[in-house]
Ligand binder design. Sequence first.
Ligand SMILES: NC(=O)c1ccc[n+]([C@@H]2O[C@H](COP(=O)([O-])OP(=O)(O)OC[C@H]3O[C@@H](n4cnc5c(N)ncnc54)[C@H](O)[C@@H]3O)[C@@H](O)[C@H]2O)c1
Length: 245
Amino acid sequence: MTRYEGRVALITGGASGIGKETAKRIAAEGGTVVIADLQDDAGAAVVTEIQSHGGSASFVHLDVTSEDGWASAVATVLDRHGRLDVLVNNAGIGDTEPLEVTTSQTWDKVVAVTQTSVFLGMKAAAAALKASGNGAVVNISSMYGIVGSGVSPAYHAAKGAVRLLTKTTALGWAKEGVRVNSVHPGFIDTPILGETDRDALIAGTPMGRLGRPEEIAALIAFVASDDASFATGAEFVADGGYTAG
Ligand SMILES: NC(=O)c1ccc[n+]([C@@H]2O[C@H](COP(=O)([O-])OP(=O)(O)OC[C@H]3O[C@@H](n4cnc5c(N)ncnc54)[C@H](O)[C@@H]3O)[C@@H](O)[C@H]2O)c1
């Protein structure tokens, strides 16, 4: 497929998991990808993997909580490629504890990486995305941005915020040639799951398995492509049925 020929995509958290598979998928469809992450070595390895398959990729170091970092990352993309058409705000971290024992430090960190980053990214990329004439933003929320779980207050609050930040930005940019949508994965088999009991996650998922990062990458690649050209301000859920009940 060549849906991404001539298009440049900046993907945060592209060194691992969902972001990594999204970078591979968009590059495989002819796009030029710039992977932005804290993990330089892992990011460079993804770049090498994409290039070994004939794709176009490069890496830029970015802490998504830094406004200056965002300005410099977008400038780097424009220096390298002269344009930016797709922004995937994917970097994120979670918390796992009940509210009563969640520290304000944990709250601030999770909100900064998972929520504020999406605001900073869209703000930094706004002019370039509008100049594209066919811009698309995909913000990675979660099924946990739609329903609660009883724990992880910062993560739920941040992912819920990403959902509505997406919708209000979509409306603001609706006549400016930039679509803005959110993607809401269920439990996906990536390093973010850490020590979590995977059997419990599988048992809680109607389809009876974890999702694969490639399955979310395929959805992100659809949402950011012209195949979804009339979709903006929408939420795309891929959770094995979790939120259907
Ligand atoms: N895996 C799941 O079950 C699941 C479910 C729902 C939503 N999500 C969301 O999908 C997104 C990707 O998660 P994943 O599962 O691929 O996890 P992951 O841990 O494999 O990847 C996250 C990436 O983000 C990067 N990152 C973290 N903090 C950063 C920062 N400050 N600046 C730049 N990069 C930073 C990490 O280095 C890592 O490469 C996250 O937003 C996550 O919340 C994941």
